[in-house]
Structures are given as C-alpha cells and as structure tokens.
Design a protein around this ligand. Structure first.
Ligand code: AAO
Length: 432
C-alpha cells in the first residue's frame, strides 16, 4: 500500500525498510512500484503457478507526529487522523478513552485491552469495531484479490480484536477465477501474532481465522540446530505452541533477523551453515505451514532499506549464471539445499514422521511415511547405512542429483560429501 516516506536530511535514517509499515492509503503505490507494475507482477506470477501474498498493514496508519505526502502522492496528517487517500478521518480511529495507557501507546502486553486499543509504537490505531473501517479494509483486501492475489499476512494482528479481523475477512471477495483459482475459494490469511508465552494475547485466540505465526518455532529451531537432541521436541504443545494445522512457521522473519519484534535466539543468513540446516529441517519436518525468508544484505545497519537506485526506488534483483543473487540480494530461497527442500516438502505433504528416526547429535535422519527420507549433518561428511523406509529403487538425491539405491529392506547408503550443503533428501516422484 501507499506508505510513509522518510527522505534524506531528517534526524531519522533515510528511506528505512520500516517506512512501509506506516500506511498512508490503500493505493498500490509503494517503493516497490506502482499499481500497473503490481498488477503485471501478480498476473505474470499466477500464469506460471507462483502465488502472491500481500503483507497487509491494517491495524494502523502512519505514526503520530507525521504529516506530508505518501509514496503515492496522497496528503496526510497523522495527528489530525486525516488520511484523505482512503479516506479516513478522526472517527475511524480508536477513541483515546478506550486506551488505558498514560501516553496512548501500547505499554502492557499483559492486558489485551491495552495491546489492542492503544497505539503500537505511536502508530495511529484504526477502530476495527467500526463498520466503515471494516468495509474499507475489506475493500482493500478485495482490490488485491481481484487483481489475483492469493491471500494476506496480516501485520500486527496481535493488536487487532479477532472479531474485527473476522468481520473484515468475511466481507472480502473470493479469489479471482480469471487468475486460475477455483470458484468460491477464500483468500489464505495468516496473522502476525508474537506469542512467546509472555502476555495475555495467545495464538489460540486467532483459531478459526486462518494460520497464526508461531514465533516460538524460531527459538526452537535455533536451539535445535545448536543441540540436535532438542529437535524431536520442536513442536511443544505444552509450551502453548499452535496446533500443527494452525501454525505458520519460519526460521526467521524481517523483524527478528534484524533485532526488531520477537528477536533473540534467531538464526539468519549471516550464519549460513546453521541457517541451511535450520531451513532444511523446517521444510523436512511436518509441523506447521512453512515460509522461507528471502533477504537483502543489511550488514550491521538494521534500518537500511533494500538495494536502491539513485531515486531510492528498489533496485533490480540480479541473478548470476549459477542461479544465485547479487547486487545486494541474498536470496536464501535460491540456495541449493533450501530450494530443493521445497520440492521435498511438497512431495511428502500429509505424511507424518516415521518411526525410523536417527539422531546421534551430529547426524539427524528421518522419513516422512514412505514418501521421502531426509538426513543432515552438523559437522564433517557422512557415509552411513540407514533405514529409509522407502520402497526399493533408485532415487535421485535432491541436492547433488546423485543416484541413490534403496535396497529391498529399505536401507540405503547415505552420503554427504559437501560440507557447504550438508543435506541429503530423496523422495518419491521428485526430480533434482
Ligand atoms: C517506527 C520506529 C518507531 C516509531 C514508529 C512510529 O522504529 O520508533 O515510534 O515508527 O513512527 C516496523 C518496525 C518498527 C517501526 C514500524 C513503523 O519494526 O520499528 O516503528 O515498522 O514504521 C510488536 C508487535 C508486532 C510488530 C513488532 C515490531 O506485536 O506486531 O512489535 N511487528 C509488525 C511488523 C513490523 C512493523 C509493525 C508490526 C508495525 O512485522 O515490521 O514494525 O506495522 C514483545 C511482544 C511483541 C512485540 C515485541 C516488540 O516481544 O510480545 O508483540 O512485537 O515485543 O515490541 C522477547 C520476548 C518477546 C518480546 C521480544 C521483544 O523475545 O519474549 O515477547 O523480546 O523483541
């Protein structure tokens, strides 16, 4: 959506990545491009089976103390609650008397009223109980869906009342059949709720609204890669983690990779060895709906925006001859073991972890039913005979494309020779 622009020459960093979390209107005019470019991208992606999910910021508009012109040319004045590009006026924002904090900001995560009726870091809080606000948000969702978008990440859903979210979702159009979706298909929603057993708002309160981010998974995978013996307990219902069919899981996200919301105990592209292990394991195991991160390199500057052109618009992603990214883009999704493990995940969908689990602290291996077998090694190289649980035959190992023979008793010689890609995976019906 159209967002705040923080130019050079203020006391704040110029064009920080987080300016786009301060909406000015619901026009598709952002640092990433204009409306026509967005439509073109979504529709070209749909044509080749790539679905687009919009990161929707509908809990709030831009922060207090800000005014001027947004990325799409709309004027605004946050202190007056005036956003004519939508339009929103003062009546569309949560009445001040409903927020119980002294300064109007969220300051007590133990109190759901405070979390949901006050301003998150000074961002002007939309009044989701209002039928006008609900309709305007739904109109925004529908405008994206009509273009061909498949669903939404709802930013700061923790700060919205579940009933308000439900109303907005219910008012949203079905997916666009002209863009290849079956008739009467609802958009896929996943909600950003940081629940680390530290407050009154829990992921369970959002059941029934779609998937919910499970930030405890980020901690669990970090600990598990550090100490493989902890990997089998990665889904811990006793810790309040969301049910497998509700959880939305990831190794890192744009906030916790740079020390913003929910940070701490996070592995990122900056630890490439552990990161490959973490993402590969995440894609191999059955818990949750998985998302993989794809980054630009921010070095040590946690505010810096993406690689940019001289006018500060986002620069192109350059793909090299070996299929990797350059020009400042990290593109974890193109790292060979990560890309290949997506194929594995799709091939073994629905199959649970079989009983042949192996874990000696340096090597972890398991099967997904009889559909696929996965192994990874923390240090060194691997050559070991293991039970794969797979039908006899010859399979193409996903990372190296080497032939692997599974014997009549399900055993196979498992080999990992490249310490840079410490992953082994075979699956039925997969090609490397
Ligand atoms: C910027 C400036 C602010 C300024 C504001 C308004 O940085 O100084 O006041 O503009 O002018 C992003 C940036 C913000 C930026 C904002 C707007 O991260 O720095 O503010 O854009 O430009 C909470 C929310 C969660 C939110 C997260 C950042 O619950 O929804 O804060 N994430 C989303 C986006 C994020 C975005 C926004 C929301 C806003 O993904 O990119 O902000 O649209 C606890 C709570 C969490 C809470 C965190 C952080 O977590 O549980 O709910 O997240 O604190 O406040 C341990 C604890 C864990 C705790 C964590 C803290 O791990 O166990 O519970 O520490 O990291």
């Amino acid at each position: 959506m159209e967002h705040l622009v923080i130019p050079e020459g203020t006391s704040e960093p110029a064009y920080p990545w987080w300016q786009r979390y301060q909406p000015i209107s619901y026009k598709f005019e952002s640092r990433s491009g204009n409306h026509d470019e967005f439509v073109d991208m979504v529709q070209r992606c749909n044509a080749v089976g790539v679905r687009i999910f919009v990161d929707a910021v509908v809990n709030h508009m831009a922060g207090l103390g800000r005014s001027g012109t947004g990325s799409g040319g709309s004027s605004f004045d946050s202190d007056q609650h005036d956003f004519p590009g939508v339009p929103y006026t003062d009546v569309d924002f949560t009445p001040r008397e409903m927020c119980n904090s002294g300064d109007g900001n969220v300051n007590n995560y133990g109190d759901p009223e405070n979390v949901r009726n006050c301003n998150l870091v000074g961002l002007t809080d939309l009044y989701g109980a209002s039928s006008e606000v609900r309709q305007k948000v739904a109109d925004y969702f529908s405008s994206a869906v009509d273009i061909g978008v498949a669903g939404f990440r709802v930013d700061a859903a923790k700060h919205m009342w579940p009933d308000d979210l439900k109303a907005m979702m219910d008012l949203t159009n079905n997916l666009n059949t002209d863009q290849g979706f079956p008739a009467n298909t609802r958009p896929f929603f996943y909600h950003e709720v940081i629940d680390r057993n530290d407050g009154a708002v829990t992921v369970q309160q959002y059941y029934g609204l779609g998937r919910i981010t499970e930030f405890r998974y980020c901690q669990k995978i970090t600990w598990g890669i550090d100490d493989f013996s902890q990997l089998w307990g990665i889904y811990d219902p006793g810790w309040g983690m969301a049910d497998p069919d509700k959880a939305f899981v990831f190794v890192d996200n744009h906030d916790n990779q740079r020390g913003h919301g929910g940070a701490g105990d996070t592995i990122t592209y900056k630890q490439p060895h552990n990161y490959r292990l973490g993402v590969a394991f995440t894609l191999a195991q059955p818990y949750g709906f998985t998302r993989i991160m794809s980054s630009y390199d921010f070095g040590t500057d946690t505010d810096v925006g993406p690689p940019h052109k001289s006018d500060w618009s986002t620069d192109d992603v350059v793909v090299t001859a070996d299929g990797q990214c350059s020009n400042g883009w990290v593109c974890e999704h193109r790292w060979p073991s990560i890309t290949k493990m997506v194929r594995f995940r799709n091939a073994v969908a629905g199959a649970l972890t079989a009983d042949n689990k192996y874990n000696d602290g340096n090597v972890v291996a398991f099967s997904r039913g009889n559909l696929g077998f996965f192994a990874m090694i923390k240090q060194g190289t691997l050559s070991m005979n293991l039970q794969t649980g797979m039908p006899a035959g010859t399979y193409s190992e996903l990372v190296t494309c080497a032939d692997v023979t599974v014997n009549g008793d399900g055993t196979a010689q498992i080999t990992i020779t490249n310490e840079e890609e410490p992953i082994f995976a075979i699956c039925q019906g997969c090609s490397c």
